[in-house]
Design a protein around this ligand. Structure first.
Ligand SMILES: NC(=O)c1ccc[n+]([C@@H]2O[C@H](COP(=O)([O-])OP(=O)(O)OC[C@H]3O[C@@H](n4cnc5c(N)ncnc54)[C@H](O)[C@@H]3O)[C@@H](O)[C@H]2O)c1
Length: 353
Protein backbone atom coordinates (compact mmCIF):
# COMPACT_ATOMS: atom_id res chain seq x y z
CA UNK A 1 0.00 0.00 0.00
CA UNK A 2 1.24 3.49 -0.85
CA UNK A 3 1.54 6.09 1.89
CA UNK A 4 -0.09 9.29 0.70
CA UNK A 5 1.71 12.56 1.30
CA UNK A 6 0.72 16.23 1.08
CA UNK A 7 3.40 18.90 0.74
CA UNK A 8 2.81 22.28 2.35
CA UNK A 9 5.17 24.93 0.99
CA UNK A 10 6.11 24.15 -2.58
CA UNK A 11 9.26 26.21 -3.02
CA UNK A 12 12.85 24.95 -3.24
CA UNK A 13 12.52 22.18 -0.67
CA UNK A 14 8.91 21.31 -1.54
CA UNK A 15 9.99 20.53 -5.11
CA UNK A 16 12.83 18.33 -3.85
CA UNK A 17 10.40 16.44 -1.61
CA UNK A 18 8.00 15.81 -4.49
CA UNK A 19 10.83 14.48 -6.68
CA UNK A 20 12.22 12.27 -3.91
CA UNK A 21 8.87 10.78 -2.93
CA UNK A 22 8.06 10.22 -6.59
CA UNK A 23 11.04 7.89 -6.75
CA UNK A 24 9.91 5.75 -3.79
CA UNK A 25 7.56 2.94 -4.73
CA UNK A 26 5.43 2.89 -1.55
CA UNK A 27 4.99 6.67 -1.42
CA UNK A 28 2.73 8.99 -3.37
CA UNK A 29 2.30 12.76 -3.25
CA UNK A 30 -1.41 13.44 -3.64
CA UNK A 31 -1.69 17.15 -2.83
CA UNK A 32 0.29 20.36 -2.73
CA UNK A 33 -0.27 23.61 -0.91
CA UNK A 34 1.44 26.95 -1.41
CA UNK A 35 0.17 30.44 -0.73
CA UNK A 36 1.57 31.39 -4.13
CA UNK A 37 -0.47 29.43 -6.67
CA UNK A 38 2.06 29.80 -9.49
CA UNK A 39 4.71 27.90 -7.50
CA UNK A 40 2.68 24.70 -8.02
CA UNK A 41 2.48 24.96 -11.83
CA UNK A 42 5.44 22.70 -12.45
CA UNK A 43 4.33 19.81 -10.22
CA UNK A 44 5.48 16.45 -11.62
CA UNK A 45 1.97 14.99 -11.39
CA UNK A 46 -0.25 17.28 -13.43
CA UNK A 47 -3.47 15.95 -11.87
CA UNK A 48 -2.37 16.48 -8.30
CA UNK A 49 -4.68 18.39 -5.93
CA UNK A 50 -3.42 21.95 -5.52
CA UNK A 51 -4.57 24.43 -2.95
CA UNK A 52 -3.43 27.74 -1.48
CA UNK A 53 -5.06 26.94 1.85
CA UNK A 54 -3.36 25.02 4.66
CA UNK A 55 -6.79 24.38 6.24
CA UNK A 56 -7.90 22.73 3.03
CA UNK A 57 -4.92 20.41 2.57
CA UNK A 58 -4.95 19.18 6.18
CA UNK A 59 -8.61 18.27 5.70
CA UNK A 60 -7.89 15.93 2.81
CA UNK A 61 -8.79 12.52 4.26
CA UNK A 62 -6.55 10.32 2.12
CA UNK A 63 -3.37 12.16 3.21
CA UNK A 64 -1.46 10.19 5.84
CA UNK A 65 1.54 12.48 6.21
CA UNK A 66 2.18 16.13 5.52
CA UNK A 67 5.61 17.48 4.79
CA UNK A 68 5.93 21.05 6.00
CA UNK A 69 8.38 23.05 3.93
CA UNK A 70 7.17 26.59 4.44
CA UNK A 71 9.41 29.39 5.71
CA UNK A 72 10.69 28.78 9.24
CA UNK A 73 8.42 31.22 11.06
CA UNK A 74 5.30 29.34 9.84
CA UNK A 75 6.36 25.87 11.01
CA UNK A 76 4.63 26.04 14.37
CA UNK A 77 1.28 27.23 13.02
CA UNK A 78 1.21 24.65 10.23
CA UNK A 79 2.43 21.76 12.42
CA UNK A 80 -0.34 22.44 14.94
CA UNK A 81 -3.01 22.64 12.22
CA UNK A 82 -1.84 19.34 10.76
CA UNK A 83 -1.65 17.62 14.16
CA UNK A 84 -5.17 18.74 15.04
CA UNK A 85 -6.40 17.02 11.89
CA UNK A 86 -4.60 13.80 12.81
CA UNK A 87 -1.91 13.99 10.13
CA UNK A 88 1.50 12.49 10.65
CA UNK A 89 4.11 15.17 10.17
CA UNK A 90 7.55 15.63 8.71
CA UNK A 91 8.61 19.22 9.36
CA UNK A 92 11.54 20.97 7.73
CA UNK A 93 14.42 22.08 9.86
CA UNK A 94 14.72 24.14 11.98
CA UNK A 95 11.54 22.67 13.43
CA UNK A 96 10.88 25.82 15.40
CA UNK A 97 12.33 29.25 16.06
CA UNK A 98 12.86 28.49 19.76
CA UNK A 99 12.68 25.69 22.31
CA UNK A 100 9.50 27.27 23.69
CA UNK A 101 7.82 27.17 20.28
CA UNK A 102 8.98 23.58 19.82
CA UNK A 103 7.53 22.54 23.17
CA UNK A 104 4.18 24.09 22.22
CA UNK A 105 4.24 22.19 18.95
CA UNK A 106 5.19 18.85 20.47
CA UNK A 107 2.50 19.18 23.12
CA UNK A 108 -0.12 19.39 20.37
CA UNK A 109 1.54 16.57 18.48
CA UNK A 110 1.44 14.35 21.57
CA UNK A 111 -2.20 15.23 22.25
CA UNK A 112 -3.07 14.28 18.70
CA UNK A 113 -1.05 11.06 18.91
CA UNK A 114 0.50 11.55 15.47
CA UNK A 115 4.02 10.77 14.29
CA UNK A 116 6.31 13.76 14.19
CA UNK A 117 9.84 14.05 12.89
CA UNK A 118 12.11 16.66 11.38
CA UNK A 119 13.86 16.55 8.04
CA UNK A 120 17.48 16.30 9.24
CA UNK A 121 18.49 14.42 6.12
CA UNK A 122 22.08 15.63 6.45
CA UNK A 123 22.56 12.79 8.91
CA UNK A 124 22.99 10.86 5.66
CA UNK A 125 25.60 13.16 4.08
CA UNK A 126 28.54 11.14 2.81
CA UNK A 127 31.19 13.51 4.22
CA UNK A 128 29.55 13.36 7.65
CA UNK A 129 29.03 9.59 7.57
CA UNK A 130 32.66 9.09 6.57
CA UNK A 131 33.81 11.10 9.60
CA UNK A 132 31.28 9.30 11.81
CA UNK A 133 32.44 5.91 10.55
CA UNK A 134 36.05 6.75 11.44
CA UNK A 135 34.92 8.06 14.83
CA UNK A 136 32.75 4.99 15.51
CA UNK A 137 35.57 2.59 14.59
CA UNK A 138 37.51 4.10 17.54
CA UNK A 139 40.79 3.59 15.71
CA UNK A 140 42.02 7.13 16.38
CA UNK A 141 42.48 6.41 20.08
CA UNK A 142 41.20 9.01 22.49
CA UNK A 143 39.63 11.68 20.33
CA UNK A 144 40.10 15.18 21.76
CA UNK A 145 39.16 17.46 18.87
CA UNK A 146 36.60 17.34 16.07
CA UNK A 147 36.24 20.12 13.55
CA UNK A 148 33.32 20.48 11.17
CA UNK A 149 33.50 23.44 8.82
CA UNK A 150 31.55 24.80 5.91
CA UNK A 151 32.64 27.83 3.95
CA UNK A 152 30.63 29.60 1.30
CA UNK A 153 31.98 32.06 -1.17
CA UNK A 154 31.09 35.66 -1.86
CA UNK A 155 28.40 36.08 0.76
CA UNK A 156 25.66 34.26 -1.11
CA UNK A 157 22.52 34.44 1.04
CA UNK A 158 19.20 34.56 -0.70
CA UNK A 159 15.50 35.28 -0.57
CA UNK A 160 13.76 35.28 2.84
CA UNK A 161 16.87 33.80 4.51
CA UNK A 162 18.22 37.36 4.92
CA UNK A 163 15.26 38.50 7.04
CA UNK A 164 14.98 37.88 10.76
CA UNK A 165 11.18 37.72 10.89
CA UNK A 166 11.04 34.72 8.52
CA UNK A 167 13.63 32.78 10.50
CA UNK A 168 16.60 33.74 8.32
CA UNK A 169 20.28 33.50 9.11
CA UNK A 170 22.83 30.75 8.78
CA UNK A 171 22.45 29.36 12.29
CA UNK A 172 18.84 28.44 11.51
CA UNK A 173 19.78 27.36 8.01
CA UNK A 174 22.94 25.20 7.92
CA UNK A 175 23.76 25.64 11.60
CA UNK A 176 20.96 23.31 12.61
CA UNK A 177 22.37 20.57 10.34
CA UNK A 178 25.97 20.97 11.50
CA UNK A 179 24.98 20.90 15.17
CA UNK A 180 22.62 17.97 14.62
CA UNK A 181 25.41 15.99 12.93
CA UNK A 182 27.84 16.66 15.76
CA UNK A 183 25.35 15.66 18.47
CA UNK A 184 24.37 12.57 16.48
CA UNK A 185 28.04 11.55 16.39
CA UNK A 186 29.30 12.41 19.88
CA UNK A 187 27.30 10.59 22.53
CA UNK A 188 28.09 12.71 25.55
CA UNK A 189 26.66 15.57 27.57
CA UNK A 190 27.78 19.07 26.63
CA UNK A 191 29.37 20.91 29.54
CA UNK A 192 29.94 24.35 28.02
CA UNK A 193 29.26 26.23 24.80
CA UNK A 194 31.23 29.17 23.47
CA UNK A 195 30.14 30.94 20.31
CA UNK A 196 30.99 33.82 18.07
CA UNK A 197 27.98 34.68 15.91
CA UNK A 198 28.25 37.53 13.45
CA UNK A 199 26.57 39.49 10.72
CA UNK A 200 29.63 39.97 8.53
CA UNK A 201 27.86 41.55 5.59
CA UNK A 202 24.16 40.93 6.27
CA UNK A 203 22.22 43.61 8.06
CA UNK A 204 19.62 41.53 9.87
CA UNK A 205 20.87 37.98 10.17
CA UNK A 206 23.97 36.00 11.04
CA UNK A 207 26.19 34.85 8.20
CA UNK A 208 29.15 33.54 10.22
CA UNK A 209 29.56 31.48 13.36
CA UNK A 210 32.21 29.62 15.26
CA UNK A 211 31.00 27.33 18.02
CA UNK A 212 32.99 25.36 20.57
CA UNK A 213 31.16 22.52 22.29
CA UNK A 214 32.98 21.05 25.26
CA UNK A 215 31.66 17.56 25.88
CA UNK A 216 31.79 15.72 29.19
CA UNK A 217 33.80 12.89 27.56
CA UNK A 218 36.73 15.25 26.92
CA UNK A 219 36.07 16.07 23.26
CA UNK A 220 35.98 19.67 22.13
CA UNK A 221 34.07 20.08 18.90
CA UNK A 222 34.43 23.13 16.73
CA UNK A 223 31.78 24.02 14.21
CA UNK A 224 32.50 26.92 11.90
CA UNK A 225 30.45 28.30 9.04
CA UNK A 226 30.86 31.43 6.98
CA UNK A 227 29.18 32.55 3.80
CA UNK A 228 31.46 35.48 3.18
CA UNK A 229 34.82 34.10 2.26
CA UNK A 230 36.59 34.91 -0.95
CA UNK A 231 38.58 32.19 -2.65
CA UNK A 232 39.01 30.64 -6.03
CA UNK A 233 39.19 27.05 -4.77
CA UNK A 234 35.60 25.98 -4.11
CA UNK A 235 36.45 22.33 -3.53
CA UNK A 236 38.77 23.08 -0.64
CA UNK A 237 36.36 25.69 0.61
CA UNK A 238 33.09 23.86 0.78
CA UNK A 239 33.41 21.33 3.59
CA UNK A 240 35.98 20.08 6.08
CA UNK A 241 36.23 17.42 8.72
CA UNK A 242 39.15 16.98 11.05
CA UNK A 243 39.28 14.50 13.91
CA UNK A 244 42.31 14.36 16.18
CA UNK A 245 42.93 11.45 18.54
CA UNK A 246 46.05 10.31 20.39
CA UNK A 247 46.51 7.43 17.92
CA UNK A 248 45.53 9.01 14.65
CA UNK A 249 44.13 11.91 12.68
CA UNK A 250 41.37 11.98 10.11
CA UNK A 251 40.93 14.82 7.65
CA UNK A 252 38.68 15.34 4.67
CA UNK A 253 37.66 18.08 2.28
CA UNK A 254 34.52 18.32 0.21
CA UNK A 255 31.02 16.88 0.25
CA UNK A 256 32.48 13.92 -1.62
CA UNK A 257 35.22 13.62 0.92
CA UNK A 258 38.83 13.54 -0.14
CA UNK A 259 41.20 12.89 2.68
CA UNK A 260 43.08 10.33 4.72
CA UNK A 261 43.52 8.74 8.07
CA UNK A 262 47.08 9.15 9.28
CA UNK A 263 48.80 7.18 12.02
CA UNK A 264 52.32 6.93 13.28
CA UNK A 265 54.60 3.99 13.95
CA UNK A 266 56.51 5.96 16.55
CA UNK A 267 55.44 8.92 18.67
CA UNK A 268 58.14 11.48 19.38
CA UNK A 269 56.85 12.87 22.65
CA UNK A 270 60.24 13.05 24.37
CA UNK A 271 63.27 13.04 22.07
CA UNK A 272 66.41 15.16 21.68
CA UNK A 273 65.50 18.15 19.46
CA UNK A 274 66.50 17.75 15.82
CA UNK A 275 66.55 20.88 13.72
CA UNK A 276 65.03 20.88 10.25
CA UNK A 277 64.80 23.77 7.84
CA UNK A 278 61.37 24.82 6.67
CA UNK A 279 60.18 27.72 4.56
CA UNK A 280 59.54 29.63 7.79
CA UNK A 281 63.00 28.93 9.18
CA UNK A 282 64.60 26.28 11.38
CA UNK A 283 62.27 24.28 13.61
CA UNK A 284 62.46 21.30 15.92
CA UNK A 285 58.75 20.60 16.60
CA UNK A 286 57.07 21.41 13.29
CA UNK A 287 59.26 19.91 10.61
CA UNK A 288 58.08 17.13 8.30
CA UNK A 289 57.99 13.63 9.81
CA UNK A 290 60.94 11.31 9.24
CA UNK A 291 60.61 8.92 6.34
CA UNK A 292 58.43 5.88 7.12
CA UNK A 293 57.08 7.16 10.43
CA UNK A 294 53.67 8.17 9.13
CA UNK A 295 51.25 5.65 7.71
CA UNK A 296 48.21 6.87 5.82
CA UNK A 297 45.04 4.98 5.04
CA UNK A 298 42.20 5.75 2.70
CA UNK A 299 39.00 6.96 4.25
CA UNK A 300 36.36 4.26 4.64
CA UNK A 301 33.78 4.05 1.87
CA UNK A 302 30.27 4.63 3.12
CA UNK A 303 27.02 4.20 1.33
CA UNK A 304 24.48 6.82 2.31
CA UNK A 305 22.04 9.07 0.49
CA UNK A 306 19.32 11.48 1.54
CA UNK A 307 16.51 9.23 0.36
CA UNK A 308 17.31 7.04 3.39
CA UNK A 309 15.59 9.63 5.56
CA UNK A 310 12.29 8.78 3.86
CA UNK A 311 13.02 5.06 3.81
CA UNK A 312 13.47 5.23 7.58
CA UNK A 313 10.27 7.25 7.92
CA UNK A 314 8.22 4.78 5.89
CA UNK A 315 9.67 1.82 7.80
CA UNK A 316 8.86 3.59 11.07
CA UNK A 317 5.24 4.04 9.94
CA UNK A 318 5.08 0.27 9.47
CA UNK A 319 6.67 -0.29 12.88
CA UNK A 320 9.77 -1.89 11.34
CA UNK A 321 12.24 0.73 12.61
CA UNK A 322 12.38 3.60 15.06
CA UNK A 323 12.22 7.10 13.65
CA UNK A 324 15.82 8.20 13.19
CA UNK A 325 15.22 11.86 14.08
CA UNK A 326 13.60 11.97 17.49
CA UNK A 327 11.81 14.78 19.31
CA UNK A 328 14.30 15.05 22.25
CA UNK A 329 17.21 15.22 19.78
CA UNK A 330 15.56 18.02 17.83
CA UNK A 331 14.83 19.87 21.06
CA UNK A 332 18.43 19.50 22.22
CA UNK A 333 19.76 21.03 18.99
CA UNK A 334 17.38 23.98 19.39
CA UNK A 335 18.58 24.40 22.99
CA UNK A 336 22.19 24.41 21.77
CA UNK A 337 21.27 27.10 19.26
CA UNK A 338 19.80 29.22 22.04
CA UNK A 339 22.96 28.74 24.12
CA UNK A 340 25.00 29.80 21.07
CA UNK A 341 23.04 33.05 20.84
CA UNK A 342 23.44 33.60 24.58
CA UNK A 343 27.18 32.96 24.52
CA UNK A 344 27.68 35.23 21.51
CA UNK A 345 25.72 38.00 23.17
CA UNK A 346 27.62 37.71 26.47
CA UNK A 347 30.97 37.14 24.79
CA UNK A 348 31.75 34.21 27.06
CA UNK A 349 31.03 30.52 27.36
CA UNK A 350 27.80 29.28 28.91
CA UNK A 351 27.19 26.15 30.93
CA UNK A 352 24.98 23.62 29.25
CA UNK A 353 23.82 20.18 30.38
N1 LIG B 1 16.62 20.08 4.94
C1 LIG B 1 17.29 20.87 4.13
O1 LIG B 1 18.39 20.58 3.71
C2 LIG B 1 16.69 22.19 3.72
C3 LIG B 1 17.22 22.90 2.64
C4 LIG B 1 16.60 24.10 2.29
C5 LIG B 1 15.51 24.57 3.00
N2 LIG B 1 15.05 23.85 4.04
C6 LIG B 1 13.90 24.30 4.84
O2 LIG B 1 12.73 24.20 4.06
C7 LIG B 1 11.83 25.24 4.39
C8 LIG B 1 11.52 26.01 3.12
O3 LIG B 1 12.70 26.59 2.64
P1 LIG B 1 12.90 26.87 1.08
O4 LIG B 1 14.33 27.23 0.92
O5 LIG B 1 12.31 25.75 0.30
O6 LIG B 1 12.02 28.17 0.91
P2 LIG B 1 11.21 28.63 -0.36
O7 LIG B 1 10.96 30.08 -0.17
O8 LIG B 1 11.87 28.20 -1.61
O9 LIG B 1 9.84 27.82 -0.21
C9 LIG B 1 8.90 28.09 0.78
C10 LIG B 1 7.53 28.03 0.14
O10 LIG B 1 6.54 28.10 1.15
C11 LIG B 1 5.47 28.92 0.67
N3 LIG B 1 4.76 29.43 1.85
C12 LIG B 1 5.18 30.35 2.74
N4 LIG B 1 4.27 30.49 3.72
C13 LIG B 1 3.28 29.62 3.45
C14 LIG B 1 2.06 29.30 4.11
N5 LIG B 1 1.69 29.89 5.23
N6 LIG B 1 1.27 28.36 3.54
C15 LIG B 1 1.62 27.75 2.40
N7 LIG B 1 2.77 28.02 1.73
C16 LIG B 1 3.58 28.94 2.26
C17 LIG B 1 6.17 29.99 -0.13
O11 LIG B 1 5.28 30.60 -1.06
C18 LIG B 1 7.27 29.18 -0.81
O12 LIG B 1 6.88 28.68 -2.07
C19 LIG B 1 12.53 26.06 5.46
O13 LIG B 1 12.11 25.66 6.71
C20 LIG B 1 14.00 25.74 5.26
O14 LIG B 1 14.79 25.89 6.42
C21 LIG B 1 15.60 22.66 4.40
Amino acid sequence: MKIKFGIIGFGFMGHIHEKTLNSIKNAEVVALCDIEENKMKDAINKNIIKTTSVDEIVNIKEIDTVIISVNNHFHKEVVIKAAEKGKNIICEKPAAMSVKEFDEMTEEVKKAGVKFTVHQQRRFDVDFRTAKEVFDQKSLGNVYTIQSKLYGINGNMHDWHVYKKYGGGMLYDWGVHLIDQMLFMVDSKIKTIFADLRNVINEEVDDYFKVLLKFENGITAEIELGTYFLADKPKWFERHWFIGGDKGTMYSDGFEPEGKIARTTRLLQNVPGKTTMTASGPTRSFGPPAEGVLITEDLPKVNFEHIMFFENYLNALEGKEELLVKIPEVRRVLAVMEAIRESAEKGKSVDFE
